[in-house]
Design a protein around this ligand. Sequence first.
Ligand code: MG
Ligand code: MG
Length: 246
Amino acid sequence: MINIKTDKEIELMKAAGHLNYLTHQYLKENIKPGVTTSYLDDLAYNFITSKGGTPSFKNYQGFPGSICTSINDVVVHGIPSKQVLKEGDIIAIDIGVLYKGYHSDSAWTYPVGKIDKEKEHLLEETKNALYKGLSKIKNGVKLGEVSRAIENHAKENGLSVVHELVGHGVGKNLHEKPDIPNYGYPDVELKTGMTLAIEPMLNLGTRNIYLLEDDWTIVTRDGKPSAHFEHTIVVTDEGYEILTGE
Ligand code: MG
Ligand code: MG
């Protein structure tokens, strides 16, 4: 069953989403060559907890960080570490915030200093794929319209769609129904009050990925870069509202 949130619950999710957005803005200012991902993780932990929230990912199924930090060919679930950011890297920061009983989930991929044209293209078009998908959302529409819009945008721009990882419903639980693949045509009807995390993960090379021995970090098989953009949204009668934006 897919949860439909009450107006009261949506208000709480907006608060969780706003704190997530503020955390992204704060971290963004601190992404530069020379900083470690564990430094960013500490900043995130301190920021979120100082505002009364809890990092959703910390200890989630044993995940050691407060945020996921995925550099270059890391698709998702990169563990914060002593790795130092270098000029020309890209880093996906994925943040979950639990606030007053509700989760928000949002990822953004940032350039570190100046990046090459291929990475610029990857970032720009993965972000555009997210918004193309979001633009289809409305009460009564099939979820497949969202998935297909993302997949088509990826194809048109020469990027590949990761199949093994998907978006999801979000609310009292970090991951709720439905699964939201970024390809194909899931036969689920969207309804006002559903809260969803839409999150294209697109690769510059092939879509193939594998899991590293740490049991978390997922990387591209061909070593080419990957990008990840995610917003938590609520479905409305007329469209959707982003809960993790400005
Ligand atoms: Mg996420
Ligand atoms: Mg998510």
